[in-house]
Design a binder for this molecule. Sequence first.
Ligand code: HEC
Ligand code: HEC
Length: 180
Amino acid sequence: MFIALFGLGERPQIGKIIFERECLSCHFKGNNLKPPAPVFSEYRIKPEYVVEILKNGVEGTSMRPFDNLTDKEKWEVAKFISSISAKKETLNIDKDIVSRGRYVYETVCSPCHGINGDGKGLGNLIPPPPDFRRFNPVPSATIRILNEGIEGTNMYSFKDILSEEDKRAVAYYILLFYDE
Ligand code: HEC
Ligand code: HEC
């Protein structure tokens, strides 16, 4: 065990090298894919979620399973992605915004995103919603996505459906799903 950990510590660059070789061609800011490839600095991310996605891909998108990577390589790149992901936000959410956010989430979002944010709502959507407990967008990203929607998916635009306060409240509420 110690030897294995020590071994990983000796080569901290492997994950970064794999990321640059295998992922960066799509996962860069401003990519035009439909749906777009997320930019990881806008999310808090658990490495085990990345490994799961690398095993299964995301049905209905250009995110394919990466069978060309070994399990160890999947973990290396997952740890690198987690290291460049968003850090804990300094949350100064007052009670009002949380209760408003919860109300919006439970009435509008949960049928697709699941009451716990796990992405398992009622439908069998393709592509499926992500698991907010392990892949959690920062509020500015959520608000942008709410305004724009994600073309070619069930995530339609809420620009004229929700007020600015409701968008902001629900964007902060989503943060609470993250599995600290
Ligand atoms: C050919 C383009 C492409 C490449 C290369 C690619 N991805 Fe993706 N990836 C995407 C797209 C598009 C999505 C968005 C899928 C969606 O909308 O659900 C995505 C989504 C993801 C997600 C989030 C899944 C979710 O729930 O939305 C993770 C994690 C991810 N990719 C990891 C990686 C890693 C790690 C690599 C490199 C080993 C990689 N991707 C390479 C296109 C790509
Ligand atoms: C009709 C179903 C549906 C409803 C209602 C819905 N969503 Fe989504 N949402 C989705 C799907 C499906 C995706 C994944 C799209 C993709 O893979 O590109 C998604 C993606 C997202 C994302 C992007 C996550 C990522 O991977 O980058 C955010 C943020 C989001 N939704 C927030 C919300 C919020 C907040 C609400 C409620 C105001 C909501 N959604 C309502 C289906 C829905």
